[in-house]
Design a protein. Sequence first.
Length: 249
Amino acid sequence: MTAMTTTMTSPRSTPQRIGAAFRLHFVNRQFTLVPLAVFVAGWAVGVAIGFGIHQSVDGAITAENPMLLGASQAALWTLLIYAGLAASNTFPFALALSFSRRTFMAGTAGAFLVTSLGFGGLFALAALVEQATDGFGVHAYSFALPFLLQQGVVGAGILAAAVCLVAMLLGFGFAMLYRRVTVLQLWIVILALVLIIAAAAILVTAADRWPTVLGWFAEQSTVGLAAWLLLPAALLAVVDYLLIRRAAP
């Protein structure tokens, strides 16, 4: 009689499965290296443009009249695109590895949160460097923008992290929506959102409420705006989960 030994392996706990889904996004190093490279390259290009403009205008750029550049957006758009790739590429791979949709969504939200916090930290560090060097001596700022520094570079970094989180959840949601519907239906949804925004703008204009709306934004602190952004972030997370429940792999 031959004895048989069976090794039983207990299933991993839910936190462990979510942690594995979280790490799945960072297996591909491009998820972090490409946005980081874009962050540095965009900043370098912005600084070069700042030096070029400063030389050409012959002293017109001063501390009272600084040059505000948009290089900080480059990495944000890159992260939005990579969030979409998480839906189109990583999601089918996760299902093939027997991750549940709920577990994958929880891990994905965690990965987006950590990435957003990292982006916010880099944003704050870059703003600190620009602030300490007076815009590299030519008063050219891509991160230390005056309206973002109401609560210092930390407040600017917190707001940048919140904006990044919303952008990544939005990019992931649209990519997941594409897996659920046809291209025509996707464009119908996009056009419907554009029409809703346009209608809201028309109503505000007709009621002459733009001073009130702009005044409300002006009264908010950077951390306060970041807190308000958590509402659309939470809503997008719920919508993304509802989309992922029936999305085709």
